[in-house]
Design a protein around this ligand. Structure first.
Ligand code: COA
Ligand code: MG
Length: 293
């Protein structure tokens, strides 16, 4: 499966929104059992989500849309039953909110292993994506994922809402629309740690879903900074994110020119194109962009 760029949350208790999910063009849907679901609707959400996962098992695989589930946090006591309820639907992965560190990822990995056996799912197929920034302590220890071997780890992502609440922060962005310090810190840590682990770095969502220009800027910044994708909360955000993560004609042409320049000068370590120095990192990026060896 291609790298998922757009990750759309869908409340797990909403049959209507779940039915809309496959049409949104999102590369991955995250069926949410956590914050989008009221405490009184948790049990119903498990039932609805499982039904949807089972119904879309084949159809969605053919459309190459990944199906993920966000379970409830470890300290809620709900997570084990969440996993038990949704694993028969063979989700592509599990998002773990309020992750306190690699130990919690290992804990759910052990449970997932058992449930894969029980449900006839190939061992190791179910991936894990932790939200690594949702408490101040978690935000301070994101780098801990670096030294932990976790074969199911698909990526790292971060969220601003819960951290803002924990900090009592009345704002997350400054007057210019840039993340304030604490959020810039966790965003950078998430990016660097994910790349150190060789897993996807997924940028957080743009909460104001009617602000298309702001979202476009955020998504272009995410891609420009080295994130592989971005979270979304509304179908209208999906095409904007997909477009921002698609290379432009100019970028493709530039990558082709870089590769051609080195091909024409075998043995050269560094060259120039129209007064711009290019060397091995540029060649590497150009090849990555075009998907060539
Ligand atoms: N997934 C699938 N469909 C969605 C959707 C989503 N995340 N968000 C909205 N839709 C649907 C709506 O049901 C509506 O469908 P309709 O045209 O058939 O009636 C359509 O898209 C337009 O929605 P709109 O009226 O603009 O918004 P809304 O008031 O219905 O919903 C939110 C707004 C924020 C409640 C909704 O977008 C949502 O639930 N987002 C996800 C929230 C979430 O999961 N949060 C947890 C992670 S932070
Ligand atoms: Mg939350």
């Amino acid at each position: 499966m291609r790298i998922p760029r757009s990750w759309l949350f869908v409340p797990g208790d909403s049959e209507k929104k779940l039915a809309k999910g496959p049409e949104t063009g999102a590369h991955a849907l995250i069926v949410d059992l956590e914050d989008a679901v009221a405490p009184t609707a948790k049990v119903e959400a498990r039932r609805v989500s499982r039904g949807w996962l089972e119904a879309h098992r084949r159809q969605v695989t053919m459309r190459k849309q990944a199906r993920w589930v966000r379970i409830n946090a470890i300290d809620t006591g709900l997570w084990r039953d969440d996993l038990g309820a949704v694993m028969p639907g063979a989700p592509d992965g599990i998002m773990l909110p309020k992750a306190a560190g690699p130990d919690q990822v290992r804990m759910i990995a052990a449970e997932i292993y058992e449930l894969e056996q029980k449900n006839g799912i190939p061992n190791g197929q179910t991936r894990i994506l932790p939200l690594v920034s949702e408490t101040p302590r978690a935000a301070m220890t994101i780098a801990a994922y670096m030294d932990a071997a976790m074969p199911r780890l698909a990526g790292l992502t971060w969220g601003a809402e819960d951290l803002a609440a924990a900090l009592g922060a009345g704002r997350k962005r400054d007057s210019e629309g840039q993340w304030t310090d604490a959020f810039r810190f966790v965003r950078a840590q998430t990016l660097l740690t994910a790349h150190t682990c060789g897993v996807w770095a997924i940028d957080t969502l743009h909460a104001d879903f009617r602000d298309e220009d702001g979202l476009r800027r955020a998504a272009l910044a995410a891609r420009g900074d080295g994130f592989s994708g971005m979270l979304a909360i509304h179908p209208a955000q999906v095409p904007v994110i997909n477009a921002a993560f698609s290379p432009s004609e100019a970028e493709l042409a530039d990558a082709e020119a870089i590769i051609a320049a080195f091909a024409a000068n075998p043995g050269a370590g560094t060259l120039q194109i129209d007064g711009r120095m290019i060397d091995q990192p540029h060649l590497k990026q150009a090849k990555a962009l075009l998907g060539v060896e």
